[in-house]
Write a protein that binds this ligand. Structure first.
Ligand code: LLP
Length: 446
């Protein structure tokens, strides 16, 4: 998806002038569109859509989704607290975490629901909850699928959830602690293959037969989105339809009408955000070398290329309204210099550029090959691109502001801006200051 379809050039220039670069910019209209699509997920007996808030935990976004009727998936006690501070009711939060927080008793007391993600967590929760209390369990259904190995969280190589063969132990612990397992949860990865997701959904539905008191099945998130043209997004209607039928079949056989939960993060936010940056230098390594665009952002705002070899679309918007006023989209095509005419406008000449971040390591690379963080894959961008031009990096709504090499090289955290449905940009997080970076440092006393 073209970044300029979320952030048009005039607004990009305006935001850069008012708030500076780099800046994370989100579109309220796009966020609302995605939420509406998720809320239309096929279901037989009711649906709760939880926003996996780790993708984009800004309070303004949480509030926006809450107004649309979404609930929330928290992955740590801190995320649960953050959601509560943003005005989310504790009973709207489901906590599935690798590490039970120290304040878990208070969170439970406030009404946060928890999915036990290990047998020891189940024991601990059993010790805290009153007899007869309801609990959820996250099960590793035996199979996973992720866009990369780093985001596959199911199967024998993943530590997430309780291994499915240990269900008898889950039942034994729950019985001993007087807990009623009423929710079952599986999440097999991010950027999952839709077919595997469907197969695992059927598998997970089958697992509910071991848990007679389960009334809700949470099938997690992981729905692929297409950030660049070569990627294919998941059609929620298509993946959900057979799952809905499977819920109906189970009801026909057993009389159990299970509620469905899904908890997307990427689907709800990825293509709703643009990282707005500026070209702060241009250099090359000779005739047979490379041409580089150095941006005023990097892994400090967007880690996904360095971490996964993730592909993000990029467009150059000329700094002024002059000849080079246009927008030429990248598309990771690795083409050679092409096109005719001058300026960076549409139809102008393009050249291959390697786009790098501002951190002092070669791993801070934006234009990498798919799945290969270390391999340079130049992008065709306007040959006339120069210092001061804007670079819009798309697909940057999910796991960007929330998952970065924050403060590396002591660069301050970038601001977040939400563009309302009225088209007005509003600041929803200020740029960090050097004082804030340093505020917790203490010098040892002699
Ligand atoms: N539910 C659970 C329990 C999760 O752990 C996650 C993501 C989600 C839901 C949402 O998954 P999504 O719909 O966003 O794929 N940092 C990576 C993705 C890893 C997310 C980990 N958990 C990325 O940048 O793509």
């Amino acid at each position: 998806m073209k970044p300029t379809s979320i952030l048009v050039p005039t607004l990009a220039r305006q935001i850069a002038a008012v708030f500076g670069t780099p800046a994370h910019v989100y579109s309220q209209a796009a966020l609302e569109r995605q939420a509406a699509a998720a809320l239309a997920f096929p279901n037989a007996f009711g649906l709760t859509v939880r926003f996996a808030m780790k993708a984009l935990p800004n309070a303004a976004v949480l509030q926006l989704f809450r107004r649309m009727g979404l609930h929330f998936d928290a992955s740590s006690g801190f995320e649960a607290r953050r959601a509560i501070r943003a005005g989310v009711l504790p009973c709207e939060i489901s906590l599935s975490t690798q590490e039970l927080p120290a304040d878990i008793a208070e969170l439970l007391g406030a009404g946060v629901t928890v999915n036990a993600c290990s047998l020891s967590q189940l024991e601990t929760l059993g010790g805290l909850l009153p007899a007869g209390a309801e609990i959820g369990v996250r099960v590793n259904p035996g199979r996973g699928s992720g866009g990369t190995g780093k985001t596959n969280v199911g199967g024998p190589d993943a530590s997430f959830g309780i291994w499915h063969e240990r269900i008898p132990e889950i039942l034994a612990v729950a019985t001993r602690c007087g807990l009623r397992v009423t929710r079952l949860h599986t999440h097999i990865g991010s950027g999952s293959d839709p077919q595997v997701w469907q197969q695992v959904s059927a598998l997970s539905l089958g697992l509910t037969r071991h848990f007679p008191e389960v009334v809700t099945l949470n099938l997690g998130g992981g729905y692929k989105v297409a950030r660049v043209e070569s990627e294919k997004g998941t059609d929620l209607q298509a993946v959900g339809a057979p799952v809905k039928e499977a819920f109906e079949r189970l009801a026909g056989e057993t009389g159990r009408q299970l509620r469905l939960e899904i908890e997307p993060g990427t689907f709800l936010t990825a293509n709703c955000g643009v990282l707005l940056a500026r070209v702060q230098d241009v250099c090359d390594t000779g005739e047979n070398g490379r041409r580089f665009l150095k941006l005023d952002t990097g892994m400090t705002e967007l880690l996904r290329p360095s971490l996964y070899g993730a592909q993000h679309p990029m467009e150059i918007v000329a700094a002024d309204d002059g000849v080079a006023n246009g927008v030429v989209s990248d598309v990771a095509n690795g083409g050679v210099v092409s096109g005719v005419g001058g300026g960076a406008g549409e139809g102008g000449a393009t050249a291959d550029f390697v786009l790098v971040g501002h951190c002092c390591e070669s791993g801070d690379l934006f234009s990498c090959a798919p799945g290969e963080p270390e391999t340079l894959a130049p992008r065709a961008l306007p040959a006339a691109t120069r210092r001061g031009d804007l670079c819009l990096i798309g697909g940057a709504g999910a796991y960007c502001a929330s998952m970065s090499a924050k403060n590396y090289n002591s660069f301050p955290e970038a601001p977040e801006i939400l563009v309302g449905v009225d088209g007005c940009p509003r600041l929803v997080r200020r740029r960090q200051t050097l004082e804030q970076i340093l505020q917790n440092e203490v010098l040892p006393e002699d």
